[in-house]
Design a protein. Structure first.
Length: 179
């Protein structure tokens, strides 16, 4: 992708995240976004079909990045490294995650994230009985929902509490549960 295209897309994404701090993304217009990004509407439409298209691209990029982290530390599985690297990634994209997980965010993305993480968790966790699919799903839902809840709480507190301590406790509890 051309450097100018990447720059324009980055500007649009940053402007959208900023607007989402104050307003539900479904109520943000292309005109508002273009004004905030200091581009014209036509330029926006050269890159995206609509606001939903932009939001979906941002969400998919984040999901893919998280999936890469999980896969990187899945053979053998190292949940501590997975969690620490996800924390570092979330913190590096804090404004986006605060927007998407916040009151003006996209609940469907959170559900999509949970489903993808459940699949990955089931694939990577050999301790879950493989015969009982309903137990696998319930156990994975419990762990993933708890983890996402911890991240949401941390984001609500502007990523200021020392999450590494909390994650270590979460990890140690998880290890005890999964044995």
């Amino acid at each position: 992708m051309d450097r100018r295209v990447r720059k324009t897309r980055r500007i649009l994404k940053n402007a959208l995240v900023e607007l989402m701090g104050d307003k539900d993304f479904r109520k943000i217009t292309v005109t508002e976004l273009a004004k905030k990004a200091d581009i014209n509407r036509g330029t926006f439409y050269l890159h995206y079909y609509d606001i939903y298209d932009l939001v979906e691209e941002m969400e998919n990029e984040c999901l893919e990045h998280i999936k890469k982290i999980v896969k990187k530390y899945s053979n053998p599985v190292d949940y501590y490294k997975i969690l620490i690297n996800i924390i570092e990634y979330i913190k590096s994209e804090k404004r986006f995650f605060q927007s998407i997980f916040g009151k003006n965010g996209d609940i469907s993305y959170i559900n999509k994230l949970k489903e993808e993480m459940k699949k990955l968790f089931i694939q990577t966790n050999k301790a879950i009985p493989q015969k009982d699919e309903s137990f696998q799903n319930a156990f994975a839902s419990f762990i993933v929902s708890g983890g996402i809840g911890v991240f949401q709480e941390w984001l609500d507190q502007d990523c200021t509490p020392p999450i590494h301590n909390l994650i270590l406790q979460f990890y140690e509890t998880f290890i005890k549960i999964s044995l």
